[in-house]
Design a protein around this ligand. Structure first.
Ligand code: ARG
Length: 460
């Protein structure tokens, strides 16, 4: 047990209290950020003549040694330090002697941990944005080869109107693009430095906060020192963005699982992304998609947990805030594993265009178009709706599709119907004629795809 305090205490912390209080077991992953923050702080202290240049150089050399040892797994994290901050400081003093004791001048672990977590989150946001970009590229690629792949569009999980696979995938492109943009917004808002806020009230040293902010790649400094050490909003926003991304992945997974089932057979997942059964030899299960869908829960959990932890915390720092880490790390790890796995699963799945088309040709997906045909012949829409409803009822009874009726049969329902009904309710016509912005027809879809390609080019 190695402690940062002592003077004020007569007795040592109880072992069980130490174990309860420690965070090194999970905040050790912040070591690179902690060291980067310390190096910036020390450079600033010497620029402001709070410490000498030689002292700064010695401390920086020591910190770089620790960093390199950490990178090469040379550090023993089982050495009884409370957290990553105390461990780095103790190792520094061990390596460079008393000069190391100057590192923490004008700084508190409160602004230190606020900084470390912000730096870590910022890096992770960049990773998520990159992973989302790769997923978007994969979706766009698939869209381009399926502009003509007709499939049923559903409402209430009932066949509704024909769409195309490109159109369906395009909906997910939009969702993941919004996710990516949302992460970008958060990154921009959070990119301010808390360093120099001290424990809560700044310090009396002539610290140059703007200088450390610049060294660490921030756009500026947080204006209020109490807010700087107490704010976890950026993390809550990011967890929220991750939760939404998982929700989108989960919806997509759910559809892929259905499409992969024997009932649909719209897709077949690759062997490499499927698993078997220990008892049923015929099985090929979409475990990856199910697990991603399942892991949504833990990411929602991290968001709810942090919101709840922060609720009712008085200003400024409280130890409760240490609880921001485990859930956030877990959520970040989860999403950064799920996104590339999902992208790989999508890239290797085989899409069965014939099955999709066959499915779209059943279930009266062209019924709206039949009603629209009547409207174009001068029938009021409400009447047209009723007539086609009666036609559908008749077809169900006859075991036929609308397009399988004869002209004579059609005419018993409405005498405005002519031979051109067959062209009007043909699946390809139904899709092609949907030309408005955002619709599945090739004309609209090509425009959408062109705008997505533009987006991808601008973002590289
Ligand atoms: N391990 C602590 C955390 O994660 C670091 C800050 C400790 N500050 C303090 N005043 N005890 O929040």
């Amino acid at each position: 047990m190695a402690q940062l305090w002592g003077g004020r205490f007569i007795k040592e912390t109880a072992q069980e209290v130490f174990d309860f209080n420690e965070s090194l077991s999970f905040d050790k992953r912040l070591m690179p950020q902690d060291i980067a923050g310390s190096i910036a702080h020390v450079k600033m202290l010497s620029k402001q003549s709070v410490i000498s240049q030689q002292e700064a150089e010695l401390i920086i050399k020591g910190l770089e040694m620790i960093e390199s040892d950490a990178a090469h797994d040379q550090l023993d994290f089982d050495c009884g330090f409370e957290d990553v901050h105390s461990m780095v400081e103790a190792l520094l003093i061990e390596r460079v002697g008393d000069t190391g004791k100057k590192l923490h001048t004008g700084r508190s672990r409160n602004d230190q941990v606020a900084l470390d977590m912000r730096l870590y989150t910022r890096e992770h946001i960049d990773l998520t944005r990159e992973q989302l970009f790769n997923l978007l590229a994969q979706i766009l690629d698939l869209m381009k080869s399926h502009i003509e792949t007709v499939m049923p569009g559903f409402t209430h999980l009932q066949k509704a109107q024909p769409v195309t696979l490109a159109h369906h995938l395009g909906a997910y492109f939009e969702m993941f693009r919004r996710d990516r943009e949302r992460m970008g917004d958060i990154r921009q808002r959070m990119n301010l430095s808390p360093l120099g806020a001290g424990a809560l009230a700044g310090t009396t040293y002539p610290l140059d906060r703007e200088y450390t902010a610049e060294l660490l790649g921030f756009d500026g400094v947080m204006t209020n020192s109490m807010d700087a050490v107490s704010d976890r909003d950026y993390l809550i926003e990011y967890l929220d963005a991750l939760a939404i991304t998982m929700m989108h992945l989960s919806r997509f997974c759910e559809e892929l699982i259905m499409w992969n089932s024997d009932e649909y057979r719209f897709i077949e997942m690759d062997d490499r992304y499927s698993t078997g059964s220990s008892i049923m030899p015929q099985k090929k299960n979409p475990d990856v998609a199910e697990l991603i869908r399942g892991k949504c829960g833990r990411v929602y959990g991290a968001l709810t947990a942090l919101l709840t932890t922060m609720k009712a915390l008085p200003l400024a720092y409280n130890k409760d805030m240490q609880e921001d880490k485990e859930g956030s790390f877990m959520a970040m790890d989860t999403v950064s594993v799920c996104l590339p796995l999902f992208t790989g699963m999508l890239a290797t799945a085989k899409f069965n265009s014939d099955k999709m088309r066959l499915s779209a040709s059943r279930g009266f997906t062209n019924a709206t178009d039949a009603a629209d045909y009547l409207v174009k012949k001068g029938v009021y829409f409400r009447d047209a709706h009723r007539i086609v409803g009666e036609l559908v009822l008749y077809c169900i009874d006859q075991g036929k599709g609308l397009e399988e009726l004869t002209l004579d049969e059609f005419k018993t329902f409405s005498d405005v119907i002519e031979n051109d009904i067959f062209e009007a309710i043909d699946l390809d016509t139904c899709v092609r004629e949907r030309k408005t912005i955002g619709a599945p027809g090739a004309e609209a879809m090509n425009r959408a795809i062109a705008s997505y390609e533009e987006y991808m080019k601008e973002e590289v």
